[in-house]
Design a protein around this ligand. Structure first.
Ligand SMILES: C[S@@+](CC[C@H](N)C(=O)[O-])C[C@H]1O[C@@H](n2cnc3c(N)ncnc32)[C@H](O)[C@@H]1O
Length: 364
């Protein structure tokens, strides 16, 4: 049985359901909201939907999405796993993604939630009961192994211990290659702040073509987790922040601290900078004004950026299209935005000045 799917599922930040619903109502007005739990939503698709298995939802707040086939319920993991396969039917499948909905805001999650542990058990039960293991790729269940682009993926979201939702998608963009759109990242013991995770995730998601020995400026760099991530890749960093940097970062030979507000830094300090990141705890309009002043200065030539835009009120999310247009107006022609797994009430914007390519020819 491989009927056309009638529902879509999305997962995202716990507490971000209303903003995700509003975003999808704007972009996909024909989808009808159907069901939600914190961090998990489903939508009914119109009867005449013709969406490809790898269609792009084009959402900032949905961390993952796929077609929903319904839920399995019970208290026996083996029986539930058998029912996962029955619900999935004879669709093609190369990989299996099993993960838990987010049960708390990112700042409160330390070392995995109890639902994450149930998801691990669900993954084992699903693996054990697979009716045709020979069809699956090697490492098909391994959450640290990405799906290949084009792979069909069985999705199982553990929404409650006794309620698992089954769906599928076809891997395309980088986030869809990982269970729940989440990169397997662990903060190193010597990281000086959680911002290390945020920067690592941003780099893996945005995949900007940053060369070896690149020069970065980071606006809002203290105490320095994200600078550490950049330094760890061999890049040079100028950190701009009136607050103190952690000694491990301040003393790094490729790090320079300018202990000022971003607006007080002379523009010529940015002349050799090609990559800019910003993570200031200020309103998005302030971040954008400061960044605009820098990147539109005639002596400055910043090729790419990773900007954190804080949304202290969720209503600000309605202005994101204007924020992105503003970034575009500075000459950045490849813009992506996403609420990362390690973002709190904020989003990450990746912007790149992409030279014009046509049929493989580089025009500039
Ligand atoms: C979320 S923290 C940054 C975390 C940092 N990226 C890290 O890796 O640890 C926000 C920082 O923005 C800084 N900040 C706020 N307004 C600023 C401004 N106008 N210019 C530069 N830094 C600013 C604060 O001092 C604070 O250290």
């Amino acid at each position: 049985m491989t009927d056309k799917p009638q529902f879509l599922f999305t997962t995202g930040q716990n507490g971000g359901e209303a903003v995700l619903k509003r975003e999808l109502a704007r972009k996909w007005p024909e989808f009808r909201f159907a069901f939600s739990r914190p961090g998990f939503l489903t939508f009914k698709l119109p009867p005449d939907t013709e969406l490809y298995d790898d269609f792009d939802l084009d959402s900032i707040f949905a961390r993952s999405h796929g077609f929903s086939l319904g839920k399995v319920a019970g208290d026996d993991a083996s029986l539930m796993a058998e029912n996962v396969w029955k619900t999935f039917g004879d669709r093609p499948c190369r990989r299996v993604h099993v993960w838990a909905r987010e049960v708390a805001a990112p700042s409160e999650i330390q070392g995995g939630s109890p639902l994450d542990r149930i998801a691990s058990r669900a993954r084992c039960a699903i693996q054990t009961t697979c009716p045709w293991p020979e069809r699956l790729a090697e490492g098909a269940y391994d959450p640290t192994h990405p799906a290949d682009p084009g792979d069909f993926v069985l999705d199982c979201v553990v929404v409650e211990p006794d309620q698992w939702w089954v769906g599928y998608h076809r891997a395309h963009g980088v986030s869809s290659q990982w269970p729940g759109g989440m990169f397997p990242l662990e903060m190193p013991c010597d990281a000086v702040s959680r911002a290390w995770l945020k920067m690592e995730e941003a780099l893996r998601w945005a995949r900007l073509p940053i060369p070896a020995e690149a020069r970065f400026a980071e606006l809002g760099s203290a105490p320095g987790g994200s600078s550490q991530a950049l330094l760890g890749r061999g890049w040079y960093v100028i950190g701009v922040d009136p607050a103190e940097m952690a000694p491990a970062v301040a003393e790094h030979p490729r790090f320079t601290h300018i202990r000022r507000r971003a607006s007080q830094v002379r523009r010529r300090e940015f002349r050799r900078i090609r990559w800019l990141t910003a993570d200031m705890n200020v309103a998005p309009s302030y971040t954008l004004s400061v960044v605009e002043d820098i990147v539109t200065h005639p002596e400055v030539n910043v090729r790419g950026m990773l900007l954190t835009l804080k949304l202290p009120q969720w209503d600000l999310a309605d202005h994101i299209p204007e924020y992105l247009d503003r970034v575009r107006s500075w000459g950045y022609n490849r813009i992506q935005a996403r609420q990362l797994q390690h973002n709190r009430q904020e989003i990450c914007v990746a912007a790149l000045q992409q030279p014009f390519y046509r049929k493989g020819l580089r025009r500039r």
